[in-house]
Design a protein around this ligand. Structure first.
Ligand code: FAD
Ligand code: NAD
Length: 456
């Protein structure tokens, strides 16, 4: 047994400390890859870097496993457990892959250059520069949709990035502690302990579910005097939550939320956001004020400023949609040469999910492998991208999950505790590294044994 543990440790050590790589080769073409998210990392992992030089540009020097981000807002999982440094992935490539922690601010398809800006607070002698590309892969994801509504960015918390989860957690515990402050008025206690989630898509639903678990499992123990006053409300403009799931699972989710005392306000649209209340138009078209302590905003995606700028530049070339970059079935950006785009920054017939971004990234790596072979004189045909839907999963609280899974040309809809076990195993197997898997499983065990940490 000691030998086996020793050997396993050696394998893990080797995995974290890869051997030397080949250097940049001026005779090879350079791919510039924008982003370190699902699309970019899937592409990079499969790309044969013997064939190309690669430069990655992203303001985030890590990959983030977004499906478990809602669990981080309440401390079921620690933030670092779902982050993987991009250098870990680049160090495993056969050729040195350069990484610049910076934001791409402009793309010039004419000169085939991009402008980048250092995002670090510590600026060196050079903080803006341009870099040329032979091929550009745009995988910059999407921004949070606010519909231009005033007050959303100032007062609400989003749930897309690590810092969003941190902000939600701090704000939640601030609300709870302030509600417990000496001589607090009952109205203020009621407001502070009202947690409002806007958007009944999977992000809003999963967040409300995690918040409920935290309330039931932990806050109940540590804040017995406050817990009965804590309310969770989910506001959704459409007639039901989770429109992408089957009606059976929608009903199951709404029933579970009811049992868990999560109030679901459907056919209710947020119209105004102020620092302590939102104004909504309810199902009867009445304007109603809802005071809140914490406001989580999860109303979907919109294009990032860089994507918008590029779309405007390429308008005459065929970029006619305001919803994202238009690409063909080979991931080529309409109106540009040697430019590809994948994931949430594109507008296609597919939903903006990690599943789609991953498959597009893997597909694009195979396109580049074929391009390299064609350049070497081999006879290769590049087939168009085909998406395989592997199903939809969501966590709905109280150890229950829902799953719509394709099965024998049909669909199977399941929900409950067994689905939750399945949900966990799917997410664990989809994590990019053994280290992440190890840390996440450890966090699950830890939070079961010791409870979640209630410090801010
Ligand atoms: P991202 O993963 O968002 O990556 C974009 C990258 O581009 C980031 O590294 C970013 O820093 C970088 N970037 C941004 N701007 C620039 C710039 N100007 N220059 C250079 N780089 C830039 N999908 C599922 O399929 N299943 C799930 O269970 C699931 N759960 C989710 C849970 C949450 C809370 C959220 C928010 C999303 C979830 N999704 C899920 C959706 C999934 O995360 C996205 O569809 C996926 O991240 C899209 O991948 P992407 O590579 O296009 O973008
Ligand atoms: P979404 O677009 O799926 O849902 C946003 C919801 O907000 C919609 O139902 C919309 O009707 C509602 N909305 C919009 N404006 C509103 C307003 N003013 N007032 C009230 N409600 C309003 O967004 P999301 O949940 O952030 O998901 C984004 C993408 O990420 C989706 O493609 C989703 O499938 C994917 N995702 C998947 C999972 C999963 O598979 N478990 C988890 C999270 C996200």
């Amino acid at each position: 047994a000691v030998g086996a543990v020793g050997y396993a440790s050696y394998v893990v050590y080797q995995n974290r400390h890869p051997t030397e790589q080949k250097q940049f080769d001026p005779s090879k073409r350079t791919i510039v890859l924008l982003g370190t998210g699902w699309g970019a990392v899937s592409f990079l992992k499969k790309l044969n870097t013997d064939d190309f030089n690669v430069i990655i540009v992203s303001p985030r020097n890590y990959f983030l496993f977004t499906p478990l981000l809602p669990s981080c807002t309440v401390g079921t999982i620690e933030l670092r457990s779902i982050m993987e440094p991009i250098r870990f992935i680049t160090r495993h490539k056969s050729r040195n892959v350069k990484f610049y922690e910076s934001e791409c601010t402009d793309i010039d398809p004419e000169s085939k250059t991009i402008s980048i800006t250092d995002v670090s607070d510590i600026k060196g002698a050079v903080s803006n520069t341009t870099i040329p590309y032979d091929y550009l892969v745009v995988a910059i994801g999407a921004d949070n949709q606010t519909f231009g509504m005033a007050g959303v960015r100032e007062h609400a918390c989003f749930l897309k990035e690590i810092w969003d989860a941190q902000k939600i957690r701090t704000r939640l515990m601030d609300c709870v502690e302030s509600a417990g402050f000496a001589s607090q008025t009952p109205e203020e206690v009621s407001r502070l302990l009202h947690m409002v989630v806007v958007g009944g898509g999977p992000t809003g639903v999963e967040y409300a579910a995690e918040l409920h678990d935290f309330l039931k499992d932990d806050l109940q123990i540590w804040y017995p005097e406050l817990v009965d006053k804590l309310r969770i409300t989910l506001v959704e403009a459409l007639p039901n939550v989770l429109p992408m799931f089957s009606s059976q699972l929608i009903q199951y989710t709404e029933r579970t939320f009811k049992q868990n005392n999560i109030e679901v306000l459907t056919k209710t649209m947020v119209k105004e956001v102020a620092d302590k209340e939102i104004k909504v138009m309810d199902a009867n078209k009445n304007m109603v004020s809802i005071p809140y302590g914490l406001l989580v905003w999860a109303t979907g995606n919109c294009p990032r400023p860089l994507a918008r700028k590029l779309m405007a530049r390429l308008k005459e070339g065929g970029q006619s949609s305001p919803r994202g970059l238009l690409i063909d079935e080979y991931m080529r950006v309409a109106g540009a040469q040697d430019m590809y785009a994948i994931g949430d920054c594109t507008f296609t017939k597919y939903a903006p999910t990690a599943q789609v971004a991953t498959q597009q990234g893997l597909y694009l790596a195979s396109v580049f492998a074929n391009l390299a072979r064609i350049e070497r004189g081999e006879n290769r045909k590049i087939s168009p991208f085909e998406y395989t839907h592997q199903g939809s999963l969501a966590y709905i609280g109280s150890d229950r999950a829902i799953a719509d899974l394709p099965f024998l040309n049909g669909n199977v809809s399941v929900g409950g505790v067994a689905t939750y076990v399945f949900w966990r195993s799917v997410y664990i197997s989809n994590m990019f590294s053994f280290r992440n898997r190890f840390l996440v499983v450890g966090d699950w065990v830890k939070s079961r044994i010791f409870g979640r940490d209630v410090s801010r």
